[in-house]
Write a protein of this length. Structure first.
Ligand code: ACO
Length: 422
């Protein structure tokens, strides 16, 4: 028996029955009932804004899959570039396709000299790297006027390649500028994460520990996509106006910059540093519960009402990294916080568990990244997720320019009173 929902308008007695498919029913039912009737859904809590076949997320059971593949398997067996191919194309590449994809990405890592000399060098000396990254993404689009041709598949593919290849270069450039270090050009003989780490830290020959290179790749895989999060929604909303992908990605990166989204990993390390010692954890938790202090950063999620599966993998990766770097002294505070929160009814009742950001910052810090780079590290791999959604959006015949309505709560019409009469 097909599932349906029947909505009755008690004002008119009109009734409409529509099918429920995969737990979703079309809002057009409301339009059919009465075109001037709207659904009030701030923050889109109950709204499926699009159809998507990229990422599956079951928040109740802590499940995350890219194109059907469990995140746990991809994180342990795949690479970021293979995952990027999967997200964009829907299927895993064969050996020849993967080799070609890697070759193409590594041949687009360089950025125009004017980006560095004229644009990035113009930032204030203490500019935040994420602010630099956001604006560099938008500026990059001005170097490729063919990006405007979003109806041409060849052009779209080229911009996608450019964006994936150049984000590590932009990210390392933002860091080196903020640290007053000379720019390091990409080395196309290295792996994707290896090239990024080399551009970040290069002093002499390439000497990054392969375990750190792998950890970076795992973190890139885990952050590659996460269905309709705030940043991806920004990408889709701006992309729906047919803006070019650089401008749309800059909007997505701006959303990611916020402390309630990608900025949370930065906030976690600042919070752990402020707590200072495990003995201070109980008092901190009480402050959070009393609403006096901040929230417990790195905890809670709009969709996960269970352990974020990425947090489980990241926690394990943290120990792999600490084997090379030595333990991050903030780890003990994080473990104590997690233990305390997970046994406290406040957090248990609200289904608040560690999210992806709770342990990632500790890894980044142990690897030597300054706190201000954390969100940039998130943005590099998330670029592929944004682009996969952008591609999907443009191919979706149901999509139009994003244009929600509002519930107007302002004053009714009134006559303007000239200043002299007020
Ligand atoms: N610490 C303390 N209390 C919390 C937390 C937290 N981290 N998160 C939610 N709550 C409480 C809220 O106060 C609220 O309690 P109430 O019902 O008594 O008022 C309840 O849990 C529900 O919270 P909402 O804000 O309604 O949940 P929402 O789904 O809107 O927020 C969010 C999700 C923004 C992630 C939130 O949990 C949060 O602020 N977490 C901390 C920031 C963070 O870690 N962000 C990263 C998210 S992952 C990512 O973006 C990659």
């Amino acid at each position: 028996m097909p599932e349906t929902i029947t909505i009755t308008d008690d004002r008119t007695g009109k009734q409409i029955t529509v099918p429920i498919t995969d737990g979703v029913f079309p809002a057009s039912a409301v339009r059919e009932l009465d075109p001037s009737l709207y659904i009030y859904d701030p923050a889109y809590m109950q709204t499926a804004a699009c159809k998507s076949s990229i990422t599956y997320l079951d928040g109740e059971n802590g499940i995350l899959r890219y194109r059907g593949y469990p995140i746990e398997q991809l994180a342990s067996k795949s690479t970021y570039l293979e995952v990027a191919y999967l997200l964009l194309n829907g299927e895993l590449p064969d050996a020849a396709q993967l080799a070609m994809w890697k070759h193409e990405v590594t041949n687009h890592t360089y950025i125009h000299e004017n980006m560095r000399k004229r644009f990035v060098d113009g930032f204030h000396y203490d500019a935040h790297p994420m602010g630099m990254f956001v604006s560099s993404l938008a500026a990059l689009g001005t170097f490729y006027n063919d990006a405007k041709d979003i109806d041409d598949k060849a052009s779209r593919d080229k911009q996608i390649l450019r964006l994936i290849a150049k984000t590590p270069t932009l990210a390392s450039m933002a860091y080196r500028f903020s640290a007053g270090l000379p720019f390091v050009y990409p080395d196309n003989d290295l792996s994707f994460p290896g090239n990024f780490l080399n551009m970040m830290w290069k002093i002499g020959e390439y000497n990054i520990d392969p375990r750190l290179e792998r950890a970076m790749d795992v973190l890139f895989i885990l952050h590659a996509d996460h269905e309709q999060n705030c940043g991806t929604t920004a990408m889709r909303v701006v992309g729906s106006s047919h803006a070019d992908p650089y401008t749309s990605a800059a909007a997505a990166a701006s959303a990611l910059y916020g402390p309630l989204h990608g900025g949370a990993n930065e906030a976690v390390v600042r919070m752990l540093t402020d707590i200072g010692h495990i003995d201070n954890v109980p008092a901190f938790i009480e402050e959070v519960k009393g609403g006096k202090g901040s929230r417990l950063m790195g905890f809670g999620h709009r969709v996960y009402k269970n352990y974020d599966p990425r947090a489980t993998i990241i926690k394990k990766t943290a120990y792999d990294v600490f084997e090379v770097t030595g333990k991050n002294p903030l780890l003990d505070i994080a473990l104590k916080l997690e233990e305390t929160a997970l046994s406290d009814p406040y957090f248990v009742d609200r289904k608040l568990y560690p999210n992806v950001d709770f342990y990632s910052g500790l890894i980044y810090q142990a690897m030597g990244f300054p706190v201000s780079m954390f969100t940039v590290l998130f943005a590099i791999p998330r670029t592929v997720g944004w682009l996969a959604h952008w591609q999907e959006l443009l191919a979706d015949k149901d999509q139009k320019i994003s244009r929600p309505r509002q519930w107007y709560t302002g004053v009714e019409a009134r006559d303007y009173i000239p200043m002299t009469s007020r």
